[in-house]
Design a protein around this ligand. Structure first.
Ligand SMILES: [Ca+2]
Ligand SMILES: [Ca+2]
Length: 465
């Protein structure tokens, strides 16, 4: 409890006193109702002054800067951060005379479009505020706790407050109210987004209208990404009004895992790999790339409603590549013209299986790992646990070589494990998300083997004696 001088010298104290407490609303960060409140702002290269009124507002902070260099307006809340616990937004009511892009907490994340010459409520993600400001009293970082701007600006701030309730659990955005829609953005000229209170039994929906191919629907999570850490899938619950055509891209890959289930005229869930979401979205607050963070419709699909975006499933760990425990995993498999792949709940004591049917020689059963390839770095073998119903003939090729290490053990009519060198897998699969070569990433049956069930695909260091 001391006032500490960091350098030698002398100073004089006349008196120590308190001033009358200002009544603060529960969600208030600062409303500049008197001149003292302006002292909580920090002029990081800008000039800040208090004005009794401006354009109909009472008690405002005026911030100006010149020279087109990074300038900030540092903000310190007047209340304990706990007050803002579950807010969804931090709102700055500003009158912008002149300004470029507004960054908040080192993120280009103003959720409301800049409009000049009027009082506008500018929404920013409360999660940025809550995260960066958590310990501002002990750990004040000028850049991450400021509204910053790289241009010459003249901005008036009437008040700063928090509002809304952030979603919890596995929700990314449920579009519960019109305000939540501003966490989604149409990032290109081929899509527009509006909000509606309800549609076909769903409450709170984003209405996306595409007017050409490659319309984007970008969605920004309203919680910290740590909320989704263990998820396996990101799901978009959608309703295609005018029919579905083309493909659904998410994070720059055509990777809707259950595209065959997408039917127009009803609510459908489209599953995407959560690892794409987790990797590309990790730092969305500071590093936003629309293409990597959008659902893109390759064709013009007209009107699509989106009820909710959420995560589900438990991320794989350990040595698993695929287990087929749920149907969505079928999206990680690849067939060719001489093979079909379907999912079944169980077969001969195994739970969750892929059913492969070949209709000629060289049928493919391609697999894409559900974990990051680094999970398999130390393994020696890749194992396919299979059941050949109609007999086994020919040879088993993996990554364009006939290399089942224990082919002599493969017997039809029972579950058998087929071992392949993991080196092939690690080399060919390393960058499958950006560079997919079906032949190099498939198990190929040289002969027509009819029906084969696959229970799981995993890596191991042990091969049976
Ligand atoms: Ca909804
Ligand atoms: Ca299984």
């Amino acid at each position: 409890m001391a006032l500490v001088a960091s350098k030698a010298g002398e100073f004089y104290i006349d008196k120590i006193y308190t001033v009358a407490n200002v009544e603060l609303a529960s969600n208030e960060v600062n409303s500049f109702s008197d001149e003292l409140q302006i002292k909580s702002l920090q002029a990081n290269g800008s000039t800040i002054e208090w004005k009794e009124s401006y354009q109909g507002a009472t008690g405002v902070a005026k911030a100006t800067a010149e020279n087109d260099a990074w300038k900030g307006i540092g903000i310190k809340p007047l209340q304990d951060m706990a007050v803002y616990g579950d807010s969804a937004y931090i709102v700055m009511r500003m009158y912008i005379v002149n300004s470029g892009v507004l960054w908040f907490g080192l993120g280009n994340n103003c959720l409301t479009a800049i409009q000049k010459g009027a009082w506008v409520d500018y929404y920013f993600p409360a999660q940025v505020f809550k995260k960066n400001w958590a310990n501002w009293t002990t750990n004040y970082d000028v850049d991450s706790m400021a509204l910053v701007n790289s241009s010459t600006f003249e901005i008036y701030i009437d008040e700063i407050y928090t509002t809304g309730t952030a979603p919890t659990g596995n929700t990314i955005n449920a579009f519960d109210d019109a305000t939540q829609q501003i966490y989604s953005t149409a990032n290109n000229g081929a899509s527009a987004i509006t909000w509606e209170e309800s549609y076909e039994g769903a409450t709170g929906v984003a209405k996306v209208t595409t007017s050409g191919s490659w319309g984007f629907f970008s969605v920004k999570p309203m919680q910290d990404m740590s909320a989704y850490a263990d998820s396996q899938y990101v799901v978009f619950r959608m309703y295609f009004v005018d029919g579905f055509s083309g493909s659904l891209w998410f994070g720059d890959a055509n990777n809707c895992l259950n595209k065959e289930d997408i039917v127009a005229g009803q609510w459908v869930d489209c599953y995407f790999p959560a690892k794409v979401f987790k990797t590309n979205w990790a730092e969305w607050t500071i590093n936003y790339t629309p293409q990597k963070m959008s659902l893109a419709f390759s064709a013009n699909v007209g009107t699509v409603y989106i009820d909710e975006v959420y995560t589900t499933g438990t991320a794989f760990t350990g040595n698993e590549i695929l287990t087929f425990s749920e149907k969505a995993q079928m999206g990680y498999t690849v067939n060719n013209a001489t093979s079909t792949i379907t999912w079944e709940e169980n077969y001969e004591g195994a739970t969750g299986v892929a059913k492969v049917t070949t209709s000629g020689s060289w049928g493919f059963f391609g697999v894409k790992p559900m974990q990051d390839m680094s999970a398999y770095a130390d393994s020696q073998y890749v194992v396919f646990r299979m059941y050949f119903v109609d007999g086994f003939s020919g040879s088993l090729w993996f990554g364009d070589d006939n290399n089942c290490l224990n082919a002599t053990d493969i017997v039809a009519g029972q579950w058998v494990d087929c071992y392949f060198p993991a080196e092939i897998f690690k080399t060919n699969w390393a960058n499958w998300e950006t560079s997919y070569n079906a032949q190099k990433m498939s198990l190929a049956f040289s002969a027509n083997v009819g029906t084969v069930y696959v229970d799981e695909v995993f890596v191991t260091n042990e091969m049976p004696a």
